[in-house]
Design a protein around this ligand. Structure first.
Ligand SMILES: *Cc1c(COP(=O)(O)O)cnc(C)c1O
Length: 456
């Protein structure tokens, strides 16, 4: 007979753990119940455990669960658009307006001039179009939704073929693959060219009276080099337009500013570039290089944008008022700075912070860490844009490098991740690094405090 007397009572354990964890009691009770039921099975199967170790296991499981609550994190990975860490942080302007709109009523669909029903996102759409130097624009939940919506709108039962180069059948992440997106949207994929080379003739030969559109997909997360070739966008555009077919590009990253002016990296094609070169509609993410909230922006030909907005599916993927607010502030920020200075958007700040500034901060941090048992040094390292953008871009950066003595790297990393605020660094070889390019200067002191506490 298994010895169930080692199992603590749900009530007693849940009460103690609620006090320790600060989680709502019903959540803790449910968690404890599920774990105890698993322990019952394990004991019945002959596993030996005493009450203390069972309680310990459940407590540690609850800590794991508790740490999964959404909370702020200090990103010391040096990866600027870190999808797992929430991609782009919001600027001051956006977060202040967000808080005002979030905690009260707003004119979301109300015309304050005539007191009647108003147009949702009307201001934002105009501002986007002006920023992107095009006729019209709108925004939906994310870039993936923007792509599905655009495809659904532009295909019909008679014309459902979408032509895509074999060099652009990208997997974006999380299993999101272009061929599958097309299928989901009801489109029929017509692949042209080879992985490394696609010629204009390949596109021309694939055109038929069933062609709905030509789709270009920016190779945002990988790089194609060597024996490669592809036609100029302007050539594909002339071909498409001679046949009265729309040309759409999924740009992904959506850098509106010239990235090569911000950091010593390549020029990421901007939506303005794409539209100027004859793309009818561009689609890109709001929370990658644009530095805004999660959103999918669709911009270009006014007639097409209008059709997309009147497609019933648009409603299913539209943005809520909080996102619209943040995006509006972000776009206004760009427009207010246009051409002269850089908007105060964290992603752009991180891209363009001079290395010397990072070094000065690192020295300041390190000067407060004297007398620790662990050596902390300042090293030159590299940063990445991340988030499936600019895979080749390496931006010089500065990191604090810590060599744990008598403790494992993983343990140090885990302790810092478990702190308040959580600090996420990375292990490289036998060192632990905190890359300062993605740390806000206002967070430096938290790093000092955490290191003093952990390493003493
Ligand atoms: C990132 C990316 C997407 C997906 O963007 P989400 O906003 O995350 O939906 C789509 N296409 C390309 C080319 C991308 O790089």
């Amino acid at each position: 007979m298994p010895d169930f007397s080692q199992l603590p009572s749900v009530e007693t354990l849940a009460k103690r753990l609620t006090g320790e964890s600060n989680l709502p009691r019903p959540l803790v009770t449910g968690f404890v119940k599920r774990r105890l039921s698993k322990w019952r099975t394990r004991l019945a199967e002959g596993e030996a455990a005493d009450r203390a170790s069972i309680e310990q296991e459940i407590q540690s499981g609850l800590q794991d669960f508790s740490s999964s609550r959404l909370q702020p994190v200090i990103n010391a990975t040096g990866v600027i658009i870190h999808t797992n860490l929430g991609r782009s942080p919001l600027g001051q302007r956006a977060s202040e307006t967000l808080s005002e709109v979030a905690t009260g009523y707003s004119n979301l669909e109300f015309n304050l001039r005539d007191g009647k029903r108003g147009k949702r996102a009307g201001y934002l759409e105009t501002a986007l179009a002006v920023l992107l130097e095009t006729e019209a624009a709108t925004a939906v939940n994310n870039c993936a939704a923007a792509l599905v919506l655009t495809l659904r709108t532009l295909i019909s039962s008679e014309k459902n073929e979408v032509i895509v180069s074999r060099g652009e059948l990208v997997e974006i992440g999380g299993g999101f693959r272009i061929p599958e997106v097309l299928e989901t949207s009801g489109a029929k994929l017509v692949e042209v060219g080879a992985t490394n080379k696609t010629h204009l003739k390949d596109y021309a030969d694939a055109l038929s009276d069933r062609t709905a559109l030509i789709l270009k997909v920016h190779r945002s997360n990988f790089y194609l080099e060597g024996f490669t070739d592809e036609p100029d966008v302007t050539e594909i555009s002339s071909l498409a337009h001679d046949h009265g077919i729309p040309l759409v590009e999924d740009l992904g990253s959506g850098a509106v500013m010239n990235t090569d002016q911000l950091a010593p990296i390549d020029h990421e094609p901007t939506p303005q570039d794409a539209l100027r070169n004859g793309i009818d509609l561009v689609i890109f993410s709001g929370d990658k290089l644009l530095g805004g909230p999660q959103a999918g922006i669709i911009a270009g030909n006014a007639g097409m944008v209008e059709r997309i907005k009147s497609e019933p599916f648009f409603r299913a993927v539209r943005c809520d008022k909080l996102i619209l607010t943040v995006l509006q502030e972000c776009i206004d920020d760009y427009l207010a700075c246009k051409g002269e200075k850089k908007p105060s958007i964290p992603v752009l700040d991180f891209l363009s912070t001079p290395v010397e500034e990072l070094r000065t901060r690192a020295e300041e941090i390190s000067s407060q860490l004297k007398g620790l048992s662990f050596p902390v040094s300042i090293v030159e390292t590299l940063s990445r844009t991340g988030g499936g953008t600019m895979p080749r871009a390496e931006i010089p950066s500065i990191a604090l490098e810590i060599t744990p003595v008598g403790s494992s790297l993983e343990k140090l990393a885990r302790i810092l991740r478990g702190g308040d605020p959580a600090i996420v660094g990375y292990v490289s070889g036998d060192k632990f690094l905190l890359n300062l390019r993605t740390v806000f200067p206002s967070q430096d002191q938290s790093i000092v405090n955490a290191l003093l506490e952990t390493l003493q």
